[in-house]
Design a protein around this ligand. Structure first.
Ligand code: PEP
Ligand code: MG
Length: 909
């Protein structure tokens, strides 16, 4: 234990750590060290390691202080040596800042304390040394306020209460009749310090600590403590940051941006974090401390002239007024600006990424307080990576790895206008089921979405307790879908993602009253026709219309996709059910269709009528008549799919869902069906009842349908083969794969294959021609995975249906998981929603076993995945490692999967 080094010093172009030590020093500590090593002016200081954070939680406050004391005292002497000041000294007191810094940046999530070391003697000394008593007392007042808040817990008593310190300030300002903090005199500030301390004594029963060392230990421990504050926990959860990482603490000599008109503080980016444009930009404030820029009390000014002019234009401020009232740093302090510009350039060239920097100018001297790779939007991410590649700053592989697959999503769907969203009223939150932004009037029934569109040309927001295949057309006509029930693989979620349509699912707080046509939620009542807006990327639901703008797929996006293709091993296909989806997928670079859910074709126009006729038929002959009506429609759809894919493989799955999904369950619908089919209502009711099952997902569905009604398989095979032959005859290449769903036993597949082969032979002999086709199966029943060696005797390819495979392996209903998932996540029983992120240890092992056994039987067995996981980056990575040939996902996830596939291949080395 004695040998463990817990504190790393830096200062005056020397450092014990370096930029590679993020795990130990946190991002901030590592970069502070590195900036010193490359000659950037940084106030001296030291970093306490992230390992100490773990020790803090293991051994407690006092033990950690004792462990740290010798090293921290030594490190403090180092700062004293470099600054010529002394911590706790009455004449030349050294003041320090204490900041957090985790391995991954967590902006604003943990606590910071400035001006530490201030007390009744120090304030006098600072006042004397600077000749600026107001500055000294303002620094003291800020310190007592920050320390009181962060370390001593001087928070508002309840949500409705004000911050206790702000209350004191407001009361004083009211007494003095002034509006701004800057109007307060030195005497006012003295009074504030006194009142603040009294408030601390009143609330905590303790005196405000005057001893700098006591202050320091309190602050260091408070930073460790803030690792577990609610904000930080939530941020980690949202960004998948493990709690074990801990935070480091950096202690640094204070430099002051509030020492007068020749001092300033600011934040800047080496490129535009919103658009990626290669333009240095940022904000600063004269005579201010860091928190003033963030707090937004004073209007910060732009750093560059160009930025300042753009800002003024957006605010409608005339040039003369801008130059007089809001000049840029470039204009106000040209020499310092020049140095800052050189430093930002140096840092970007050095770290080879866009930098987010914090700086302070103390009496004309520039100091860098922090630099890190800047957070950016999806659009900026792609542009910056491609620009840096063109500039020769990074190579192709780095450019690909720089782009986070999941963030591409932002580029593919319409997005909300940032300003509009900031002021929008959130009424509830559901699951971010399908990304994008949607706004429109509320409708509660699928046909009303169609009507709304036909009548007004306006797309509606379809609000349902849950959706069913009957709602498909309405979903297609809606701008977005909101459901009260259902998880990330619920019908609404899957279908919406497939359509690239915004969807928020499982918003459990919604009380939907279909009769009254209202939604009640959190005190709001929304009626049919009222506008709401959905954010499919966050799950937020807003009241009213929030402005959106279309996604912009620039040339850089295409270039990135080209590089992703170059470096990936896995192919990416799309799940597409219509020629339109297929064309969209092809445009996004899909190399085939991995899943066409044929049943989705049954809901349009007259088709539902034909399928209902088949369901109602009393015998095989009647069923064949009805199926005969469906044949030309299916054939036409398949032709469209084959054409759109231009020779890439198209996997068509035979009918999968239980038949009850095709009949209405409410009386009104049943009456309509009876009238339309010209049969007594009683017959419909009886049929619907006979189709009812206790466990439809485990009932009469999948290949069980084709094996009990072989004529369905016959019709579908005929439609597929005839379509392929027609397209081939028109001179286009076709690649046909027929897929049998829900096989658990190789004999189920053998029966289906016999029907498929004999039907194909029949078509071949009728046409006196032949085409190649393959027959394969979905692996979505656990038994199929463990008997894959037998199944592969028949199947020419496997496609893992990980929606059902997850459902049956974990025993979680994919439609009901929403009821317990949030609690399971909170308790840590589950780390993720297994329907979103593949359960590697369970489902993943079944996949590995099936691939291994399948290829044991058939060496070149083609294996892919077509469950929702096929478009989720970490699951795509798993598929790469498991040796699959391709992943298949909704068209709008194709680019994400392509980039994730490239990442998996590049990261493997
Ligand atoms: C699956 O189960 O993973 C699958 C793709 O089929 P579906 O979602 O249609 O049941
Ligand atoms: Mg399935």
């Amino acid at each position: 234990m004695a040998d463990v080094k817990r504190v790393y010093t830096f200062g005056n172009k020397e450092a014990e750590g370096n930029g590679k030590m993020r795990e130990l020093l946190g991002g901030k500590g590592a970069n502070l060290a590195e900036m010193n090593l490359i000659g950037i002016p940084v106030p001296p200081g030291f970093t306490i390691t992230t390992e100490v954070c773990a020790e803090y939680y293991r051994h407690g406050k006092q033990a950690v202080i004792e462990m740290l004391r010798p090293e921290v005292e030594k490190a403090m002497h180092n700062i004293e040596r470099l600054t010529g000041m002394k911590f706790g000294d009455a004449q030349t007191p050294l003041l320090v800042s204490v900041r957090s810094g985790a391995r991954a940046s967590m902006p604003g999530m943990m606590d910071t304390i400035l001006n530490l070391g201030m007390n009744d003697q120090a304030v006098e000394a600072v006042s004397k040394r600077t000749g600026n008593p107001r500055f000294a007392w303002d620094s003291y007042r800020r310190f007592v306020q920050m320390y009181g808040d962060v370390v001593l817990g001087m928070k508002p008593v309840s949500k409705e209460d004000h911050d206790p310190f702000e209350e004191i300030i407001d009361a004083l300002k009211a007494r003095r009749g002034v509006k701004n903090d800057t109007d307060l005199t030195t005497d006012d500030l003295k009074e504030l310090v006194r009142s603040f301390k009294e408030a601390v004594k009143r609330q905590t029963g303790e005196d405000f600590p005057a001893c700098p060392w006591e202050q320091l230990w309190g602050a260091v421990c408070a930073v460790f403590g803030s690792w577990m504050n609610e904000r930080a926990i939530l941020y980690r959860k949202l960004n998948n940051i493990p709690a074990e990482w801990g935070t480091a603490v950096s202690v640094q000599a204070m430099v002051f941006g509030n020492m007068g008109e020749n001092s300033a503080t600011g934040v800047a980016f080496s490129r535009d974090a919103a658009t990626g444009e290669n333009i240095f930009n940022g904000e600063y404030l004269i005579n201010a401390q860091g928190e003033d820029v963030v707090a937004g009390i004073r209007t910060p000014q732009q750093i560059t002239i160009e930025g300042s002019k753009r800002w003024a234009k957006a605010q409608n401020i005339p040039e003369a007024e801008r130059a007089a009232k809001y000049p840029s740093l470039e204009e106000v302090m040209p020499a310092v600006y020049k140095e800052l510009d050189e430093i930002q350039h140096h840092l970007e060239q050095y770290f080879k990424d866009m930098q987010d920097i914090e700086f302070t100018i103390q009496d004309g001297k520039l100091w860098m307080l922090q630099c890190r790779n800047g957070k950016r939007t999806g659009a900026a991410m792609v542009k910056i990576a491609m620009d840096m590649l063109r500039e020769g700053l990074i190579d192709e592989k780095t450019a690909v790895l720089r782009c986070e697959p999941a963030k591409l999503d932002e580029l593919l769907h319409p997005v909300f206008d940032k300003k509009a969203i900031a002021s929008a009223q959130v009424i509830t939150k559901g699951l971010p089921a399908s990304p994008g932004a949607a706004t429109g009037p509320v409708v509660f029934f699928a046909e009303d979405a169609e009507k709304e569109l036909a009548r007004t040309g306006q797309k509606a927001i379809l609000v349902r307790i849950e959706t069913s295949p009957e709602d498909l057309k309405g979903m297609l006509d809606a701008a977005g879908i909101l459901t009260a029930r259902g998880g990330m693989t619920s019908h609404a979620a899957v279908v919406a993602r497939g359509m690239g349509k915004c969807c928020v699912s499982g918003a459990g707080e919604l009380e939907i009253d279909y009769k009254a046509r209202t939604i009640k939620v959190n005190g709001f009542t929304v009626k049919e026709g009222d506008w709401i807006s959905l954010n499919g990327s966050t799950g937020e639901v807003y009241l009213g219309q929030v402005a959106t703008k279309a996604a912009d797929l620039s040339g850089d996006f295409g270039k990135l996709m080209e590089l992703a293709g170059k470096y990936s091993v896995l192919k990416v296909r799309a799940n597409a059910d219509t020629p339109k989806d297929a064309r969209q997928a092809f445009e996004f670079g899909a190399e085939g269709i991995g899943l066409c859910r044929t049943e989705h074709m049954f809901f349009e126009g007259d088709r539902i009528k034909a399928i209902r006729e088949m369901i109602l038929a009393d015998d095989e002959a009647g069923r064949r008549v009805a199926l005969g009506k469906l044949l030309p429609m299916q054939r036409g759809d398949f032709e469209g799919l084959f054409k759109a894919m231009n020779g890439f493989p198209v996997t068509v799955r035979l009918l999968d869902p239980p038949l009850h999904e095709f009949v209405p369950h409410d009386e009104k619908g049943q009456r309509e069906m009876a009238a339309e089919m010209n049969v007594p209502l009683q017959k419909i009711v009886a049929k619907v009842e006979s189709l009812a099952e206790f466990n439809p997902m485990l009932g009469h569905r999948g290949c069980r349908l084709g094996n009990t009604y072989p004529e369905i398989t016959e019709m579908q095979t005929r439609a597929i083969i005839e379509a392929a032959m027609n397209v081939k005859a028109s001179g286009m290449p076709v690649h046909v794969e027929i897929m049998v769903p829900l096989v658990g036993n190789h004999k189920e597949l053998r029966y289906q294959k016999q029907i498929i082969d004999s039907t194909a032979e029949q078509v071949f002999s009728e046409r006196n021609d032949k085409i190649e086709y393959m027959v394969g199966t979905m692996i979505e029943v656990p038994r199929a995975a463990v008997t894959a060696n037998q199944i592969a005797e028949v199947a020419e390819f496997f496609s893992f249906g990980t929606n059902d495979l997850t459902q049956m392996t974990l025993g979680f209903s994919r439609d009901d998981i929403g009821k317990f998932l949030p609690i399971y996540l909170e308790k840590g029983i589950l780390k993720n929603d297994p329907f979103q992120i593949l359960d590697r240890n369970g489902v993943g092992q079944l996949i590995r076993e099936a691939v291994f056994k399948g290829r044991g039987t058939r060496e070149n067995l083609k294996c892919g995945i077509c469950g929702e996981h096929g478009g989720e980056p970490s699951s795509v990575e798993f598929c790469h490692y498991a040796g699959l040939n391709y992943v298949s996902c909704s068209p709008f996830r194709v680019p994400i999967a392509r980039l994730a596939a490239a990442h998996a291949a590049l990261n493997q080395k």
